[in-house]
Design a protein around this ligand. Structure first.
Ligand code: 13P
Length: 336
């Protein structure tokens, strides 16, 4: 089991974080459409390879979450993508859920699928070089949601997934994402996120998952994006710390936040403030998708041959987040 702990340490040591580059082809197509680049397998590979070869990968990115298409692709230098990532001193990971579908019994909520045949898929990904995996459960906040049914069934799926992943000697990222969509208050987000996370760990323990070999990927505690309530970044950090302190068992070594629709700057600033408050034993880092890639994608879309320029944008973002993961970021450093 210490093998799993070693993987966690390698991914999150010294302020390193995770690059979530596991967007499904559908999501990636939406992102590319947004900046006017045709979403072909070649272009998706070109953009991703550009990020994976950036110089700050070595200092900042301990793990990269891939999508099925990418883990099987070959780079322009003719090595497999997991090898390329290993060569940059980072670990390759893979999203293994097959997406969130309507939940029977509460059809306006989602249940994440992908358990059938998972054991065999995990063996294949392990052989391809994956060291860790991701599964995302997703929850909406409204007057009635998330329901007990959605909280329970998603926690159950996350636990069964985690047990299978550890059986295959990889580290599961457990991602219960309470969405920021809606007009709910930060307090409601706090309460619902606490309930969701507590249930996840109850199920993980029931399924005999070794909590020392798990990374939790939660949302930060925010007011809904349509809420009139505006809370400061300091309050976000305080609520997030309080929520995690009271709902995550102390054996869990690392927490890596998702960005969830925050701007790049917000996600960095909030992570920095969280780390300034962090007196727990948890490593608090990042596993950002949009908040690591947005600027780089926008830059790249203007000239997809400008690899160096794109890497410069990505390097800066990665560096800022790694400083934030150590509580060492500042506005002054950001704009230097
Ligand atoms: P965002 O940081 O863009 O929310 O993506 C993280 C992720 O992996 C969602 O599953």
């Amino acid at each position: 089991m210490s093998e799993l702990k070693n993987i966690v340490n390698k991914i999150l040591e010294n302020g390193k974080g995770i690059l979530a580059a596991d967007e499904s082809t559908g999501t990636m197509t939406k992102r590319f459409d947004g900046v006017g680049v045709p979403s072909t397998p070649e272009n998706r590979l070109l953009f991703r390879e550009t990020l994976f070869c950036s110089s700050e990968m070595k200092n900042c990115i301990g793990g990269v979450i891939l999508y099925d298409e990418t883990i099987k692709q070959t780079s322009s230098k003719k090595n497999k993508i997991p090898e390329l990532i290993e060569g940059m001193g980072s670990c390759a990971g893979i999203k293994v859920d097959t997406g969130a579908k309507s939940l029977a019994g509460s059809p306006n909520e989602k249940i994440t699928e992908g358990l059938d045949g998972l054991r065999d898929r995990l063996k294949e990904y392990f052989k391809l070089g994956a060291k860790f995996t991701k599964w995302r459960g997703v929850y909406n906040i409204s007057k009635d949601f998330p329901s007990k049914l959605s909280i329970h069934s998603n926690a159950h799926a996350l636990a069964r997934y985690s047990a299978l992943v550890q059986e295959c000697n990889m580290v599961p990222i457990v991602e219960p994402e309470v969405l920021m969509d809606g007009d709910h208050s930060a307090k409601e987000c706090f309460n619902k996120t606490s309930e969701v996370i507590k249930k996840c760990f109850e199920e993980l323990i029931l399924h005999k998952v070794d909590l020392k070999g798990v990374i939790l990927k939660p949302n930060m505690i925010l007011a809904g994006n349509k809420s009139k309530e505006k809370i400061s970044n300091e309050e976000v950090a305080k609520l997030t710390m309080d929520c995690l302190k009271s709902s995550v068992p102390s054996e869990v070594p690392g927490i890596a936040f998702l960005s969830g629709g925050q701007s790049e700057l917000e996600a960095t600033e909030n992570l920095n403030l969280i780390n300034k408050l962090n007196k727990t034993g948890f490593i608090m880092s990042y596993s950002y998708g949009r908040a690591l890639q947005q600027g780089a994608l926008k830059f790249w879309s203007k000239n997809i041959k400008d690899i160096e320029g794109t890497q410069k944008v990505f390097n800066h973002r990665a560096k800022m987040n790694t400083l934030a993961a150590q509580g060492k970021w500042s506005k002054e450093i950001e704009s230097r």
